[in-house]
Design a protein around this ligand. Structure first.
Ligand SMILES: *[C@@H]1O[C@H](CO)[C@@H](O)[C@H](O)[C@H]1NC(C)=O
Ligand SMILES: *[C@@H]1O[C@H](CO)[C@@H](O)[C@H](O)[C@H]1NC(C)=O
Ligand SMILES: *[C@@H]1O[C@H](CO)[C@@H](O)[C@H](O)[C@H]1NC(C)=O
Ligand SMILES: [Zn+2]
Length: 942
């Protein structure tokens, strides 16, 4: 899956065997694939042993009863090989019940690999029609022989099983067939087989679509719903003549649409869709590529960009993986209601509309970048994840971390002018540092036994799996390609069973590489490396945002990492060194005079860096006088490291603030973005206090030159800056200038918005719309808000609707915000997929903060039951609404909230509640310790 909307999944391969791999490229997956393919033709996946990792979150409480159906995992007795499934979704409600339903029948062929008189197969929210034997399913033996009779059949809701008791044993080595007929609800719950609705020409349209990952295939038809239990699928969809049916395979019959047998695949990658969508197509080599969307969106050309970049990205991955695209077709479809960003169903990728559809008149360059990266992410999964699949969810991070890394490589092929690979530092490394510096973090890898329940599985789809996964894989790929250090193949390393006891043959990897990676994968967090340029001493320490926090989880590596350090000296000479101990001495790092040392070049390493005071001073001076002597990614790093080291009380806060002094001269996006992300914390902590005014004044002074610079290079705001990140920084300039009250900025945005209201012709460039709308609505009243709301309801392109939706949360009148919050619980007003992010937008607004918090507390039962399905959004909701919390009163409220709703639960937000409590405590302490000195510094910023 791709990340959720603004932020937005361990890997053990079924017994993959690695041979000697090519040394010259980073990736030669072909070896892996060839073996996986041959593996695919074998009967049963190997159920491998355990890991040496530490538990992530709440261990499963042992069930009181120990019957097989009380466990969440399938017994290892049966292995499916083939399913034939026919489904008939009804796109109009049942006249009697008013419900939308689907009916289905299916059979599954499975081999008995261990004698048993019990069949457990996953099934959730399905009603079964009794078979001629009087039971919920019928059993027969394949290829002659007889099958035992089913004596009792029932559904176990809690663990989501159809349970079948037999009057005799299934025989080892024999294949059986299980037939079922069932009905399910085609609900609007964004999970399993569900419905999505939209309005076209004033008429409500309904489509049937799916989202199976992680554990919702069982909501569509009875199946052995674990990723390692790959099988072939023959899918048939019944549907009206004027609709199109799509699934993983290519269509081979019309009327009733019958699909060719799939490749051997996991249940979580299945997809079935019935819609009346249009499409555009192209052929790349032998592969048919189609983009599907609502007909008007296709007619408006909104699928063209996706179609244009899919070919080059597919080609790139074929080379990168050294393996041809495994299927005859690649369909990509934009679904109006979708909970994640996108889903990598094999051959039929589903997207949120905003992650696939591009329209020059409405889409910003940031929207375009998201489309390119999400497409690259999902296409990356077609090999890594789909062809080669994790055995169980506990090592999800490899799947998602890898996809989150290669998305940058794929997008770079599609858009070579963007320098997009740099942005992983801001978008993933810096972003996840914030979460991974808390004691409530968890290691990348989890123990298989700790991940059992569906909620535990969805909790893994978090920033650690995606962004830390991507960061650590990027670091690995960097040092593995270092010719004199390790000539090793990344993927053969990853798949060689370092984290799961798979039986690797061929050349053993050097133990040192395993040991290096284990320090990053099996323990949570990351180090701060401290370099003392006076003595040449280099040391490391677990970096924790809260200096008083205590780590209670032991690590066999004692929170010491094997740290690859790329570094440079003043003048540009570059070196590479390892720090594998707590501390060491490196005489090369001893410098005198005005020489300095800068470490973690381009932030390829997953760690922060601190220096002795003298070196810090020299780096700050260099920033002020010749900032381009420091590479741009490291300018962003100096800012981000300084602010975070200050929060951890490792350096004074004033030194962090000093890194912002040079911004007057900075025109590059990365350092500005880094500074704004960090100053956002200051704004959050102080926007309800007296520090606010003076801080505004300082920031206004810093940003004014940037604002004027953009005014000049855009000829008085009439042109679009050339570079991709220059366009981003223009948005930063306007956004900060307006937020800090630069009058010229406020006049500008209000005049644009006014012109739009008066002429009904939108003069605002798509890049600037989010910030212009927000600032104009904040300055305006009911009239501006209503105008935006009407435009939001009338918007035919979701990208435009999203900009308006976030901007409406910028209103400064409490009644407007409260009414807006109420709208989030009415799917007629705000789509379910957008509810939680809208609430978070309101909470970001200082006026909306307490309103949003009161609102979620008052409505938790409802929000949880109605909106609990989305995998990632609950953690976002809780973290988003409590981000500003920094008082004793708010801490007590948060603890009370945890207590009050303990019985209802927090689903995928469980961990987020604890993270929020920890964060609130840290914020309180930080304010108490820093407020005075910050106030003083802003008065006299030198
Ligand atoms: C599945 O479909 C393929 C065609 O794609 C067909 O050859 C095969 O017989 C079907 N299998 C079953 C069990 O119906
Ligand atoms: C692992 O491989 C070795 C040699 O390749 C073989 O002797 C052993 O039986 C294998 N173990 C398992 C559990 O497959
Ligand atoms: C810049 O644009 C503003 C508003 O559109 C206009 O009032 C002003 O005269 C322009 N200035 C220049 C130098 O063109
Ligand atoms: Zn993914």
């Amino acid at each position: 899956m791709a990340k959720g909307i603004f932020i937005s999944k361990t890997l053990a391969i079924a017994g993959i065997v690695i041979g000697v791999a090519a040394l010259s490229t980073i990736i030669a997956l072909s070896v892996v694939y060839a073996q996986e393919k041959s593996k695919n033709n074998e009967a049963s996946p190997t159920q491998g042993g355990g890991t040496t990792s530490k538990p992530t979150t709440t261990p499963t409480t042992p069930s009181p009863s120990n019957e097989p159906w009380d466990k969440y995992r399938l017994p290892k007795t049966l292995v499916p090989s083939h399913y034939s499934v026919t489904l008939w979704p009804r796109l109009t409600p049942d006249p009697k019940t008013g419900l939308y339903i689907f009916t289905g029948d299916s059979f599954v062929d499975f081999e008995c690999v261990e004698e048993t008189d019990l069949i457990l197969i996953h099934s959730n929210k399905l009603n079964y029609t009794t078979q001629s034997n009087g039971q919920l399913a019928a059993l027969s033996a394949i290829g002659g022989g007889s099958a035992p009779s089913i004596t009792k059949s029932w559904l176990k809701e809690e663990t989501q099983f159809l349970v079948l008791h037999l009057d005799g044993k299934l025989v080892k080595g024999q294949t059986y067939r299980l037939d079922t007929t069932f009905t399910g609800e085609l609900a609007d719950d964004l999970g399993g087989f569900y419905r999505s609705e939209y309005i076209q020409d004033g008429v409500k349209k309904v489509i049937a679509t799916t989202q199976m990952q992680a554990t919702d295939a069982r909501k569509s038809f009875p199946c052995f719903d674990e990723p390692a239990l790959k099988a072939y699928f023959n899918i048939t969809l019944n549907h009206a003549k004027d609709t199109v049916a799509l699934s993983n395979g290519a269509q081979i019959e019309v009327q009733q649409t019958v699909f060719e047998r799939t490749e051997k695949m996991s249940t979580y990658l299945l997809a079935f869709i019935v819609s009346d969508f249009g499409f555009i197509e192209d052929t790349i080599g032998e592969v048919q590529i189609r983009i599907f969307a609502r007909k008007p969106a296709i007619a408006a050309g909104q699928g063209a960009y996706a179609l244009n970049i899919t070919g080059p990205i597919l080609k790139f991955f074929e080379e990168y993986y050294n393996s041809t695209y495994p299927l005859p077709k690649s369909d990509q479809i934009a679904i109006p209601d979708f909970s994640a960003g996108a889903m990598e169903n094999w051959g039929l990728i589903t997207y949120r509309e905003t992650a696939l559809l591009y329209d020059e008149a409405f889409s910003s360059n940031s929207n375009k970048e998201r489309i390119a990266t999400v497409i690259a992410h999902e296409l990356g999964h077609m090999w890594f994840g789909n062809l080669v699949t994790l055995r169980w969810w506990n090592d999800l991070w490899l799947n998602e971390g890898f996809a989150s890394y290669v998305e940058f490589l794929g997008a770079d092929k599609a858009e070579p002018d963007w320098n997009i690979k740099d942005l992983i530092v801001l978008n993933d490394v810096h972003r996840v540092f914030a979460v991974d510096a808390l004691t409530s973090s968890h290691p990348l890898s989890s123990l298989e036994d700790d991940i059992q329940k569906p909620a535990q599985i969805s909790e893994l789809f978090d920033a650690i799996s995606y962004s830390k996964g991507a960061s650590v894989i990027r670091m690995l790929s960097d040092f593995l390609t270092e010719p004199n250090v390790f000539k090793l193949n990344l993927v053969s390393f990853i798949f060689s069973g370092v984290y799961q006891a798979v039986n690797a043959s061929g050349d053993e990897l050097p133990t040192s590489v395993k040991e290096i990676m284990n320090t990053w994968v099996l323990q949570m967090g990351f180090p701060v490396v401290t370099i003392d340029t006076a003595s040449g001493s280099v040391s490391q320490k677990h970096f924790l945002l809260d200096p008083d926090a205590e780590v209670t989880t032991p690590s066999e590596y004692n929170y010491v990492w094997s740290v690859p350090i790329r570094w440079m000296k003043k003048g540009g000479s570059k070196s590479f060194t390892w720090l594998t101990e707590k501390s060491a001495t490196n005489n090369d790092m001893k410098v005198t005079g005005d020489d300095w040392v800068l470490a973690n070049l381009d932030v390829v390493g997953y760690y922060r860096v601190n220096y002795d005071d003298g070196n810090w001073d020299k780096l700050l001076t260099t920033l002020s006088n010749n900032h381009e002597d420091i590479p741009k990614i490291n300018r962003a790093q100096l800012v981000d490291d300084a602010f975070n080291l200050a929060r951890a009380k490792i350096i004074p806060t004033v030194r962090a603030l000093k890194t912002t002094l040079y911004l007057k001269n900075e025109r590059d996006y990365m350092a500005w973005k880094s500074a704004l992300d960090n100053l956002d914390f200051f704004l959050l902590m102080f926007d309800r206090s007296e520090v606010y005014g003076i801080m505004q004044e300082y920031l206004r002074n810093q940003v004014t030159p940037l604002f004027q610079y953009y005014k000049e290079i855009t000829s008085n705001w009439t042109k679009v800056p050339h570079g991709h990140t220059d366009q981003y920084n223009q948005v930063n300039a306007i956004s900060l200038a307006c937020k800090t009250g630069l009058e010229e900025c406020q006049d500008l945005v209000q005049s644009w918005f006014k012109e739009w209201m008066e002429t009904d012709k939108n003069p605002i460039h798509p890049n600037l719309r989010s910030t212009v709308y927000c600032n104009a609505i904040a300055a305006g009243g009911a009239e501006e808000w209503e105008f935006a709301w009407n435009k939001f309801k009338a918007a035919t392109i979701p990208i435009e609707a999203d900009k308006l939706r976030s901007a409406m949360a910028c209103a400064t009148k409490p009644w407007l915000l409260n009414r807006y919050l109420e709208y989030t619980l009415d799917p007629q007003q705000i789509r379910k997929q957008d509810a939680t992010s809208t609430i978070v937008y309101v909470a970001q607004n200082v006026v909306g903060q307490s309103l949003a918090w009161d609102f979620i507390r008052a409505n938790w039962n409802y929000i949880f039951t109605q909106y609990g399905g989305g995998s990632f959004s609950f953690a976002n909701l809780i973290n988003g609404v409590t981000k500003r919390f920094s008082t004793e009163f708010e801490l007590q409220q948060l603890k009370q909230f945890k207590e009050d709703y303990a019985d209802v639960g927090f689903g995928s937000g469980t961990l987020a509640v604890d993270q929020s409590i920890e964060r609130t405590q840290a914020n309180m302490k930080w304010i108490a310790e820093n407020k005075e000195s910050i106030l003083e510094w802003f008065k006299n910023p030198v």
